[in-house]
Structures are given as C-alpha cells and as structure tokens.
Ligand binder design. Structure first.
Ligand code: ZN
Length: 162
C-alpha cells in the first residue's frame, strides 16, 4: 500500500488591488515597485492588452466574476427572479439584484460566461464574487430578505439529504 503524501507548498502571498490598474499605469507606476503582485479585475473589463501589461509587471491576474448578481438578467428573464417567503418577487436593491441560484436558464448563462472567460484568457484564478442570496448589506439600512422560495429551489430543498 502506498501512502499519499502532499508535498509541502509555500503559501502564496497576494498583495493585490481590485479594479483596473490603468490609472496607476497612466501615472507611470510599475505596480511591482509599489509592492503589488496581483490585480483583481471585473471579468468584463479584462483584455489581452491588460494581461500582457500585467505580466510585464510580474503580476498575477485574477478575474472577479459576479456569480449570483442577476442585475440586467432577471429584468429580461423574470423566471430567474428571487422569490421571498410569501411567494413574491423580491424588490431590487439599489445596485445589486440577486437571482434564483437554481433556475436552469440562469445557471447555464453564468456557466457559459465563465467558460468563455476561461477559454479567452490565461488567468491565475477567478474570484467568485456575489456568492450570496439577494441581499445588500453594504448600506446603512441593509436589505436582507429571505430567498429563494421559487419552485426550483423548493424542489431541490425537498430532495436534500439532511
Ligand atoms: Zn429559486
């Protein structure tokens, strides 16, 4: 019998910025000179030029992927709208719109977006952002409804082994 051993791995220390590095580059900064070794950029803002420049600066590139942010999707696809405990569509938050995490059309949409992202760019990682229910907790009066009670979610919950 052969025992499996995990090779010791030196922890990777990330000192990154979130957002486009372009303003710092425009000021003539080399990010590695500022102690930065990674950038986290919204997946829709990544470009091949940005990655090339980041690599030249010795930076790792991570994509921020708005996993369960359904803004601009649920308005056109109301079947993916998050449903509250009363069986009603939740009200949108100011800038965030949650989504039903089990609605098949939305899941396929996000899966396809992620696949396109990974096939297009050579990334060091993906940050699955907005991996939460419909809620907006970054405001003085947060919106924290209980969701999702739609047909898809209730069926899946009913099948869950507890
Ligand atoms: Zn649901």
């Amino acid at each position: 019998m052969v025992a499996c051993q995990q090779m010791p791995v030196e922890p990777l220390k990330i000192k990154g910025i979130y957002g486009s590095p372009q303003p710092l580059w425009e000021k003539g900064h080399r990010l590695s000179d500022l102690g930065i070794n990674a950038i986290f950029v919204h997946s829709g803002s990544i470009s091949h030029d940005m990655i090339s420049r980041a690599r030249a600066d010795g930076l790792r590139v991570f994509a921020e992927f708005a996993t369960l942010n359904g803004k601009h999707y649920v308005e056109k696809n109301p079947e993916a709208w998050a449903i509250n405990e009363l069986g009603e569509q939740v009200k949108p938050a100011s800038w965030f719109m949650g989504v039903c995490p089990t609605e098949p059309g939305f899941r396929l949409h996000r899966r396809n977006q992620l696949e396109e992202l990974l096939l297009e760019y050579d990334l060091d990682g993906v940050w699955l952002d907005y991996l939460h229910w419909h809620a907006q907790f970054e405001e003085p009066d947060p919106i924290l409804p209980e969701t999702c009670f739609c047909e898809h979610c209730m069926k899946r919950f009913g099948r869950s082994p507890i």
